[in-house]
Ligand binder design. Sequence first.
Ligand SMILES: [Fe+2]
Ligand SMILES: [Fe+2]
Length: 341
Amino acid sequence: MNRPVTIQDVLKALDEITGGRLVKGPDDLGGNNPFVVTKSSGIPGKAVTELPGLVWGETGATVTKAAVMMTLTESAIELAAATGVNCLIAHHPVADGTSSGGVPIAHYMNLYGLNVIELHEALHGLHPGIAWLHGHRAVEVDIRCGGLAGNILYVGEALPEVQTLGDLLSRLRRLMDMEREEAFLEEERSFRGCDDLFEAATAAAPTIVLGTPDDRVGKILHIFPHTGFSPEHLECVFRGHPDADTVLATISHVPPGHALIEKARELGLRLVCGNSHALEILENGLPLARALAMMLPELEIRIFRERMVSYPLDAVGSESVQRYGSDIASRYLVKERALSR
Ligand SMILES: [Fe+2]
Ligand SMILES: [Fe+2]
């Protein structure tokens, strides 16, 4: 392609990658496109409808640089504008006023001339990568486990090189570059003189919940607890696969005390938590960015990777900004009445 890459070229490439799942016109919004889905917890005014494709911008706009990210945030918008990126491709659905730092998308994107594309459910299920990263080959996939839309289950067979739970975890650690992430966190702790720092990808590191590193792994029930997978679902799935030995929970983890742990124990299954959501940028974002780079080789593609860090209140920022925080809080925000309570 000799002419500059346009937003339309990016959309066309994404449509090819997804086998035609992008929104093409008004008909897609009337129930014709199964990837136009509304996500709602029933909270009034808080539902969001996924629109795979262009959310904001001009199809004819020339792309300077594109960035693939998981979630659009105000930091992503500022990073894009400051570094010459004008095409933002977010995996998670974009919500007006939320993904755009509390103001309407129209105001913020127009200020910087940004174009926003989203691609969530329309990307899911296109590749077997997440199973592969976790050391198995999915031989069965149910995207409506227990009749619940989006409740995904993979039934997988461990790859020959993954004989034990220890093999599975060390494979993941290697692929996710966890050693470097942990070392970087240690550097940050020592640089800031604060040991009480946490970072999402390393804090929610893969772990064995039930079992030992030497336990053999053969048949894996790979679940995603945040999609609604329940102990009843596990019982039902195990009935159909009594030779399964391991439950693997990824994207989200099974928290301590959760009923799924008891159910897995009762069924004699091992339970492993794999990659957390903080690593989906490598699981799904990286292959998507690579696919785009292959289809549009003249386009510069960046990865926007979040790094969420937890600081104690007293450890964040400079001394002077700490004084600012306390001063503003005591002078304007906290009434004396509240303190004497
Ligand atoms: Fe995803
Ligand atoms: Fe996600």
